[in-house]
Design a protein around this ligand. Structure first.
Ligand SMILES: *[C@@H]1O[C@H](CO)[C@@H](O)[C@H](O)[C@H]1NC(C)=O
Ligand SMILES: *[C@@H]1O[C@H](CO)[C@@H](O)[C@H](O)[C@H]1NC(C)=O
Ligand SMILES: *[C@@H]1O[C@H](CO)[C@@H](O)[C@H](O)[C@H]1NC(C)=O
Length: 392
């Protein structure tokens, strides 16, 4: 294996002392089977089908954090090429929920294969360790970290994931699925109900001191490296556990509610006109090392942004990530949280391959909540022709 390319990417934030999850999601060159629900054939020559689907419901209540794995979600079947995958949180009657009530910290769409004879057991037990094999993206993180394909957070509602023709993510190719197994998808989600919380923003940042954690939390909780969590761990995924409660304002009372993810997938039946893509999820906290010949990845998935006192200069987090293969960049987007200025992916020679710039909301309505990320623009926009593809 030779390492010929390095991608760097920087994540720039202008907040003081907050933690931030920084992940860039970019799919590069290279990805079969019937269909579910109401499938709409879009007008036009390109034979794109689309379906709007709903996940199973999950319950939230004021201050409550929901961290769920929703197994075996509805997904178009057959040998297909996915063109887009867009997600938002909706209430029981299908209305969009504003982020200041329910913050969508992240949703990840994860591909796995399931031993068909064990399906009834898995359905009943939700056992993720037996009979299931995760199929990671082609990106660089180790182990179980950041295994997903599509995935974003609060900015998801306004950000479109359309891939330009002739590119698509190839799925359901029976020839590539291990005999006796079936390809499936799950959602891994974190949702924070911030209604009535003492510090709304702090809750969305998973600040530990705002959570009602068990007394012995720091004596038992293991961090990402399998060691006890440091007492200096101020916030992050480990403090945002399923069913943990973020501190509420005195006496706040509010009803629980049932929410679900509404997701829209657009796809084409696979044929020779499609060019398959590969997904690479890269992490700006990856502390890449090398043992001489092989890169060793050490993605952290989150980090604490140092306090920069009265300085308003943005803090920059940057990682140099060796790529074992070259390729063309077709689409890229970054997973962002409030405070982000921009996220940029650079080629080995330092040139900018793409930049994601966030847009912040200005109003009250879902999709435009003041102070929350609304969407992001990826520049360059999806590249229209092969001749203009960016090689890295
Ligand atoms: C599926 O699971 C069954 C029951 O554990 C096992 O006997 C079988 O070998 C598995 N099939 C494959 C293809 O691994
Ligand atoms: C580096 O790691 C690879 C993969 O684990 C291993 O095959 C190789 O022998 C290691 N090389 C050295 C110099 O330790
Ligand atoms: C990202 O934002 C910083 C600060 O505003 C700006 O200086 C920089 O040019 C931006 N990067 C890109 C690639 O647009």
């Amino acid at each position: 294996m030779t390492m010929t390319n390095t991608l760097s990417f920087s994540y720039m934030v202008n907040m003081r002392s907050i933690f931030k999850v920084a992940i860039i999601l970019l799919s590069i060159m290279m990805l079969l089977f019937d269909t579910t629900h109401s499938v709409v054939l879009e007008s036009g020559e390109n034979h794109i089908k689309s379906a709007t689907l709903f996940s199973e419901k999950f319950e939230v209540g004021p201050g409550k954090i929901a961290v769920k794995t929703l197994l075996d979600i509805d997904f178009p079947r057959g040998h297909i090429g996915v063109k887009s995958f867009d997600v938002e949180v909706v209430d029981e009657v299908g209305n969009s929920v504003p982020l200041y009530e329910t913050y969508l910290h992240h949703w990840f769409g994860v591909k796995y294969i399931e031993n068909i004879t064990m399906s009834p057991y898995i359905k009943q037990s939700h056992d993720l360790l037996n009979g299931i094999e995760f199929e990671r993206n082609d990106g660089a993180c180790q182990g179980f970290l950041l295994p997903h394909y599509w995935g974003l957070g609060g900015e998801s509602r306004g950000t479109h994931s359309n891939l330009p023709d002739p590119f698509a993510v190839e799925l359901g190719n029976a020839a590539n699925i291990k005999h006796g197994f079936k390809e499936k998808w799950l959602f891994s989600i974190m949702i924070i109900d911030t209604r009535g919380t003492h510090d709304r923003k702090g809750c969305t940042e998973c600040r530990c001191k705002l959570m009602n954690l068990p007394k012995d939390f720091y004596n038992v909780m293991m961090g990402i490296n399998g060691q006890l969590l440091s007492k200096n761990y101020k916030g992050g995924l480990f403090c945002c556990q399923d069913n943990v409660q973020c501190k509420l304002k005195n006496d706040f009372r509010g009803p629980t509610r049932k929410l679900s993810l509404r997701y829209k997938i657009r796809w084409v039946d696979w044929d020779e006109n499609q060019v398959p893509l590969k997904f690479y999820i890269l992490d700006s906290t990856d502390r890449v090392r090398s043992n001489g010949s092989t890169p060793i990845h050490d993605c952290q998935a989150e980090y604490t942004i140092p306090r920069n006192h009265d300085n308003d200069f943005p803090h920059v987090k940057k990682a140099d990530i060796p790529m074992t293969k070259g390729g063309y960049l077709i689409y890229g987007t970054a997973h962002m949280h409030t405070g982000v200025v921009n996220v940029t992916l650079y080629g080995q020679d330092g040139r900018v391959l793409c930049t994601s710039s966030p847009k912040y909301g200005t109003g009250k309505e879902a999709g435009n909540e003041k102070g929350y990320l609304k969407c992001q623009f990826v520049i360059p926009n999806p590249v229209p022709s092969r001749s203009k593809m960016e090689k890295f």
